[in-house]
Design a protein around this ligand. Structure first.
Ligand code: SF4
Length: 415
């Protein structure tokens, strides 16, 4: 590997980390002030944003320890057979970079991942050393998110959790067959075994903390994972089912979905085109339905097209479910329990809370609901209010065009 200075390494290893969706701040135009004109840059290397457990948005230095890897996962730009420029930080360099970015107020924490160098244990030792040095040698109090190597010794993973705020292990692909085909060196059993180990440590520590205040913390911001969407033949139904299982079995804080993006020098087994970004968005919406709206995974799956197993792209999954199961509507805003109100398309959790509070004092009319919500046009066919009952409209076959968002003209030269 050619000798690179820290800035060159940062350029390579921050760029290589952008494929991890767990914290993303992409999507804006490229601008910089390298020519001496103006101030600031949208191309700053390695800074991303994430949400802390208390809801604050924090900036993180997001980098890889190295983009060299002994594995050859087809979808990964850092795989062994990839023709990319390689770089590797030492643990000390990552510590120094984090501290200097932190002191300049650029970041509030570190997001560290890595390709596998030498062995899983050696790589994990290096990751632990970064976190240990930050916490013990420098008393770093900022946020640390560590990506974990599932094949590493559980004791090393445990040590990492004692320093990190959040830990994550990527399941990568929604189906075991997809993982076997696209990441043959990875093993679903080992990945889930490591996630289970993290869950046990998190729960044990929570329990110990409840009894002894001095008990050491272990990944207090919990664990998360990421699934790649569109690299294999898995349907949205497969992805939703897998996500629900992961939430259930491993008490994950978040499952992140990352639309597969074709990489330079791509393997022939990968699709040539990326899936529509809207697919990723619909999966995030389905995730919210399960986490905040009381939908069961099989209900979200039922919103998908029966033939293809895919969620519609033109309407959100909650509306898709409501159109498919119209006999669950209309819902009476003055009498229905919270669970049913949450099913109404266009009613968010805040609007439902407002309705529940307001109806304690008086019967709600359609105008009252309109004042408490964003779009009464979308909601109207699905509710009953004091002065409103949509008898004919709810059963009308052409309901979808009436409530679906209007199609927007695409820009010919959009990026
Ligand atoms: S193990 Fe990770 S870094 Fe290595 S090729 Fe697979 S996905 Fe890429």
């Amino acid at each position: 590997m050619a000798q690179l200075d820290v800035r060159q390494k940062l350029e390579i290893l921050a760029d290589a980390a952008k494929y991890d969706a767990s914290c993303a701040s992409s999507g804006t135009a490229k601008r910089n002030s390298r020519d001496g004109k103006g101030l600031g840059s949208t191309e700053g290397m390695g800074i991303c944003h994430a949400y802390a457990p208390d809801g604050r948005c924090i900036s993180l230095l997001k980098i890889l320890l190295t983009n060299s890897c002994i594995f050859d996962c087809h979808y990964c730009i850092n795989r062994k057979s990839s023709n990319v420029r390689r770089a590797r930080f030492t643990a000390k360099e990552v510590v120094n970079l984090t501290l200097s970015f932190y002191r300049r107020n650029y970041i509030e924490g570190l997001f560290l991942s890595s390709g596998i160098i030498g062995s899983s244990n050696y790589t994990m030792e290096q990751i632990v050393e970064v976190a240990r040095s930050l916490r013990e040698d420098h008393e770093f109090r900022g946020y640390i998110h560590l990506k974990t190597i599932p094949d590493a010794d559980p004791e090393l993973i445990h040590q990492a959790g004692l320093y990190a705020d959040r830990m994550s292990i990527n399941v990568e692909l929604p189906t075991v067959s997809g993982l076997k085909r696209l990441a043959p060196e990875k093993d679903n059993g080992r990945i889930e075994g490591a996630m289970n180990g993290l869950k046990t440590s998190i729960l044990d520590t929570r329990d110990a903390k409840a009894r002894y205040k001095s008990a050491p913390a272990f990944a207090p911001a919990g664990q998360s994972t990421q699934m790649i969407v569109g690299a294999d033949a898995a349907t949205d139904g497969d992805i939703v089912t897998k996500a629900a299982r992961l939430y259930d079995r491993f008490e994950l804080r978040r499952v992140y979905y990352s639309a597969f993006s074709p990489i330079p020098d791509a393997s022939a087994v990968l699709p040539l085109q990326r899936p529509p970004l809207m697919r990723e968005h619909r999966l995030y919406q389905s995730d919210w339905l399960m986490r905040f709206y009381g939908f069961q995974p099989k209900e979200v799956v039922a919103a998908a097209d029966d033939a293809t197993g895919m969620l519609p792209l033109d309407i959100d999954p909650k509306l898709a479910w409501a159109l498919k199961f119209r006999d669950s509507f209309p819902v009476d805003v003055n009498r229905a329990p919270k669970e049913l109100l949450l099913r109404v398309p266009g009613l968010g959790t805040k609007a439902v809370a407002n309705i529940l509070t307001s109806r304690r004092w008086r019967k709600l009319r359609l105008d009252d609901v309109a004042r408490l919500t964003v779009s009464i046009a979308k909601i109207r066919p699905f509710i009953v209010a004091e002065d409103w009952r949509p008898v004919a409209l709810t059963d009308k076959a052409e309901l979808k065009p009436l409530v679906a968002p209007k199609k927007q003209q695409l820009e010919l030269f959009a990026a």
